[in-house]
Design a protein around this ligand. Structure first.
Ligand code: NI
Length: 197
């Protein structure tokens, strides 16, 4: 009887065992992001891949629903035409996502999906090769974004993260010669660590 009483007491004293991601948590993730444009062969311009540091900030509204702001250090893409570099552009693609996390606050693995909106602004556009010394300007872009990811608990606060994003980024690249409608529509692949506050 004494043993049972002790067990009951221990259960009452023990903190309510939530292992990961519950309402009110702030999740910060950081890692390497590879952004690979999905320009196809019909596009006049071919935008090359680039790797940067990605940062995401999520707030858990409930145990299963969160909102995420996705940020990164500026991506720098080489733009090619017929295999020759004609421009370099930099951009920042901040995105705001509504996320749904599968599982419960007790789950050690939390897969999630998200959908939202992306705003991409371009800067430091620079003509190269044939366009060297000419004006190059890429228009900012608003578009839809989607993601899927997985958080895996390491310690109570630390977790590993892998996620993939898709962003609909379309821009007009304006040059002195002509304006090129360019669909960058990149896939982003991020692998990193997260911390739960
Ligand atoms: Ni597009």
């Amino acid at each position: 009887m004494k043993k049972v009483a002790l067990l009951v007491a221990a259960a009452l004293i023990a903190p309510s065992a939530a292992f990961a991601h519950q309402a009110g948590d702030i999740l910060v993730r950081g890692g390497a992001v590879m952004v690979s444009p999905t320009t196809d062969a019909n596009d006049p311009l071919d935008v090359q891949s680039n790797m940067q540091l990605g940062l995401t900030f999520s707030y858990m509204v409930t145990d299963n629903w969160g909102v995420e702001l996705l940020a990164a250090t500026p991506f720098s893409h080489s733009v090619e035409s017929g295999g020759n570099e004609v421009a370099k552009v930099k951009h920042l693609p901040p995105s705001l996502m509504a996320q749904y996390y599968f599982g419960s606050a007790q789950s050690k693995v939390r897969p999630y999906v998200g959908a939202g909106i992306n705003y991409t602004f371009f800067f430091d556009e620079e003509g190269k090769g044939l366009l060297s010394g000419t004006n190059v300007k890429a228009d900012d872009s608003w578009g839809l974004a989607a993601q899927a990811g997985l958080d895996m608990k390491v310690t109570d606060n630390l977790f590993v993260n892998g996620s993939v994003w898709y962003m609909d980024i379309d821009t007009d690249v304006k040059t002195d010669l002509e304006t090129f409608k360019t669909e960058i529509d990149p896939i982003g692949l991020m692998v990193g660590l997260g911390y739960r506050f």
